[in-house]
Design a binder for this molecule. Structure first.
Ligand SMILES: Nc1nc2c([nH]c(=O)n2[C@H]2C[C@H](O)[C@@H](COP(=O)(O)OP(=O)(O)OP(=O)(O)O)O2)c(=O)[nH]1
Length: 217
């Protein structure tokens, strides 16, 4: 059974946005053997601001993203989300609802990343630069909105390529689930320098989902 492999649509989810299976029947979901938990946290304000961090090093360096990382042994996912936010943006979350869960697989990797997405609605402190991240405020309101603060728009071109697919659900305060499989990045020509090329999106789906499904294993 192929149906969107894991966090399976149960029939109670919202419309599914996917590039498969009809136009990618020849592509199976990538095989994985280990599920690893990660967190991904975005501070947002009532008036449409969102804090994104420019990742300075490691996995995803050079991209804007939320704040997060691996869940360490002995921590709950929520504790890990709070810790990573503090380590990477110097703020302490005081209101942080769980709002999404996305699984990522990469060609030739046995790991299925199980990423828990949170919206930070209240916090203590001001986001500031850390070893890993450079936080910057953006606006999620359209440029035409008269109340738009003087901030840059969400820079989807400098983010992971799937983010513009599920951000509409996140910004609309809808809970969501999904999965993205990535092809292996092309091999860089010998002697070439600079940013590593990304693997393209191979197969994906996203859907609005009730919180219970989002939290099931
Ligand atoms: N927005 C977005 N985030 C993604 C995608 N794929 C992906 O792994 N992430 C996030 C999930 C995690 O928050 C982060 C990867 O964690 P990481 O590599 O920073 O974790 P880490 O354990 O090395 O970091 P740390 O604990 O040492 O701080 O990237 C994606 O397609 N879109």
């Amino acid at each position: 059974m192929d149906q969107f492999a894991s966090l399976l649509p149960s029939g109670s989810i919202g419309p599914v946005h996917t590039n498969g299976p009809s136009d990618s029947l020849h592509l199976s979901w990538l095989p994985t053997s280990t599920l690893k938990q990660y967190t991904l946290v975005f501070p947002v304000t009532e008036d449409g601001k969102i804090c994104l961090g420019m990742k300075k090093r490691g996995f995803g360096a050079g991209r804007y993203n939320g704040f997060g990382g691996k869940v360490e042994p002995g921590e709950t996912v929520f504790e890990a989300a709070k810790r990573e936010l503090h380590e990477e943006a110097n703020i302490v979350a005081t209101k942080m609802p769980h709002c999404g869960r996305i699984r990522f697989a990469f060609e030739d990797s046995p790991v299925l990343m199980d990423v828990f997405v949170y919206r930070v609605e209240a916090w203590e402190g001001d986001p500031s630069e850390t070893e890993e991240m450079l936080p910057a405020w953006h606006t999620s309101l359209p440029p035409s909105d008269p109340s738009m603060p003087q901030l840059p728009q969400i820079p989807f071109d400098d983010m992971w390529p799937d983010d513009d697919l599920w951000f509409p659900l996140f910004l609309a305060k809808k809970s969501f689930v999904g999965r993205v499989d990535f092809n292996k990045p092309p091999v860089a020509p010998e002697g070439s320098e600079g940013k590593m090329e990304d693997g393209s999106m191979r197969r994906w789906w996203f859907a609005e989902a009730p919180v219970e499904l989002m939290q099931s294993s």
